[in-house]
Design a protein around this ligand. Structure first.
Ligand SMILES: [Fe+2]
Length: 282
């Protein structure tokens, strides 16, 4: 069956705008096209789609198996537990310090015992007047463009990922009673180079990576920082300037992401759903 869907590249190495009739959004063929393109293009942008929670959940289910990434979302409807509200508003999000961690390049789900989520889906319900853009950086492009000798140096290296590392940029200003939150999650070792089932390789880096196994701490952190800087270069990255109603899906296993800082009282509100990973880092 053919569907009326068109993908318009944003940059050669990352990002596509998806042009699709809203009426056919939930067709299986659209889901299949989007799954394929997500793997190739890393970020899919559906401008001004204005999905309801139920529609976002239906589209999430079309792409894969829905994952409840965070269990403490505040419910305002029966199925809200699968729709996580990303906001700095303390009245809505009881743990906004986690959202502060999102100001720094990271991948989701590297400090749990299950495979990292395959994809994350965000609907912009309310945008911030200042800041709040989401940025994505392709960890496929970052690996594939390294020189052969750089690739050889990374082969076999492993990094240690922890919540403590991912909150390091804000750890020294966390109030005493919040310090215990640095200890949540599990400490996981992952290879820096991820050999994927699709035959490609990508980097597993970002703020959760604190040290490199077998390397002096400063040397390891410097290497990890340089790799993140490499991945974030303009040719491999895309900054999405949100408009209300925009819907963006990205391949969490093939990209770093972060948000440009925004104010607590900006009203910014994103509704997030996640798709379970099917591939462990190896
Ligand atoms: Fe995230």
């Amino acid at each position: 069956m053919s569907v009326n869907i068109r993908f318009e590249s944003i940059k050669p190495r990352i990002g596509s705008i998806v042009h699709v009739d809203r009426a056919s959004l939930f067709d299986d063929a659209v889901g299949q096209h989007c799954r394929e393109m997500l793997e190739q293009r890393t970020v899919l942008v559906f401008p001004r789609l204005n999905l309801t929670n139920d529609e976002q959940l239906a589209f999430t289910d079309l792409l894969g198996s829905r994952l409840n990434l965070t269990s403490d979302a505040v419910s305002d409807d029966a199925r809200a537990e699968d729709v996580y509200k990303v906001t700095l508003d303390k009245g809505v999000n009881r743990q906004p310090e986690y959202v502060l961690g999102t100001f720094f390049w990271h991948m989701d789900g590297l400090t749990v015992d299950t495979p990292p989520p395959k994809a994350t889906l965000l609907s912009a319900r309310k945008v911030s007047a200042k800041g709040g853009q989401t940025e994505f950086a392709s960890t496929y492009a970052a690996y594939e463009t390294l020189s052969d000798s750089e690739k050889a140096e990374l082969e076999g290296l492993r990094a240690v990922h922890s919540v403590r590392a991912s909150l390091r940029p804000v750890a020294d200003v966390l109030p005493e009673e919040e310090q215990k939150k640095l200890e949540i999650g599990v400490i996981k070792e992952h290879p820096i180079v991820w050999s994927r089932k699709n035959g490609r390789k990508s980097l597993v880096i970002g703020s959760s990576a604190g040290t490199v196994v077998g390397m002096p701490v400063a040397h390891g952190r410097a290497l990890l920082t340089r790799l993140v800087e490499w991945a974030a270069q303009p040719d491999f990255s895309y900054r999405h300037p949100w408009q209300e109603g925009d819907f963006v899906v990205w391949d969490n296993c093939g990209a770093l992401h972060r948000v440009v800082p925004y104010a607590e009282d900006s009203g910014r509100m994103m509704h997030r759903t996640s798709i379970a990973g099917t591939e462990s880092v190896s």
